[in-house]
Design a protein around this ligand. Structure first.
Ligand code: MLT
Length: 275
């Protein structure tokens, strides 16, 4: 694990392998540790960059998070620090929401996109209220309660106990204040549906067939609106499809990046949409 001073905080990240840069953005309430199966399998052929978002894992929270743009700004600072001009950006769930925020501000830095177990829609009013309740819960009672509440929705019912414990361990290693800040930032995120038709870069939409948080219907909606996308549904996986079915997930990534080829990753650069 390395760190860089990014926008006033120490941001922790891993940067492994060589080749096309892939920037993997984790879900809530996890950390970069959730991408271990992708680091293991893909760092032999890609440069895999995995940050812990501000307030998660080993990264500091600093003064806080006003909106998801803060995470996008931190990712941009990380790419600057690493001298990576363009990367393929993959976000799972909250990571996908942050990918949309990143594209709004830094589209020229992204040459391919993966939207995994995520959605473009904003929160409903009811969901916003639930997030505020959960933020207070975490601030008063810590992360164990939130982990127990969320785990049944994060992983499919048939998931082995050992794997469930690994995910729980990643969640409870976080800082309550970082998790509360992320909940409030997610509640404020805008609806990204309108920007989908403007995303011209090759996009892979992945979803677990049993994902109840961001279901296959949400993935299909994004796929239908995106001009240049492919949809992969992973049978038997729920919300954390990269952990639950790493082989299928990694294969989908490989196939996506393989068909994009050198053109998308060349020095020419992509001119982003007008967001
Ligand atoms: C996630 O996995 O990042 C969360 O389920 C996203 C959310 O709470 O909307």
């Amino acid at each position: 694990m390395q760190t860089v001073l990014a926008n006033g905080i120490q941001l922790a990240y891993r940067d492994e392998g060589e080749g096309l840069p892939l920037l993997l953005v984790h879900a809530f309430p996890l950390s970069g540790a959730m991408w271990q199966p992708q680091l293991n399998a893909l760092a032999s052929r890609y440069r895999v960059i995995v940050p812990d978002l501000r307030g998660f894992g080993a990264s500091e929270l600093g003064a806080g998070v006003e909106s998801l743009d803060q995470y996008a700004d931190d990712l941009n600072a990380l790419l600057e620090h690493l001298g990576v001009q363009q990367a393929a950006l993959a976000g799972l769930s909250m990571g996908g929401y942050i990918a949309f925020a990143f594209l709004r501000k830094y589209a020229d830095r992204v040459n391919a996109l993966v939207l995994a177990d995520t959605k473009a829609a904003a929160d409903t009013e009811e969901a916003r209220q639930k997030r505020e309740q959960n933020a207070r819960l975490v601030e008063t009672e810590g992360l164990g309660v939130l982990a127990d509440q969320m785990l049944p929705n994060l992983l499919a019912a048939h998931t082995a106990d050992e794997q469930r414990e690994i995910v729980r361990g990643i969640i409870v290693a976080n800082k309550p204040e970082g998790i509360a800040a992320a909940l409030r930032a997610m509640a404020k995120r805008p609806d990204s549906t309108a920007m989908l038709s403007e995303i011209a870069i090759p996009t892979l939409v992945i979803v677990g067939s049993e994902d109840m948080l961001t279901p296959p219907s949400a993935a299909r909606k994004m796929h239908d609106a995106l001009p240049n996308s492919r949809l992969v549904e992973i049978p038997g996986a729920a919300h954390l499809s990269n952990l639950e079915a790493p082989e299928a997930f990694n294969q989908a990534l490989d196939a996506h990046f393989g068909t994009i080829g050198a053109r998308a990753f060349g020095a020419g650069g992509h001119s982003g949409g007008a967001w």
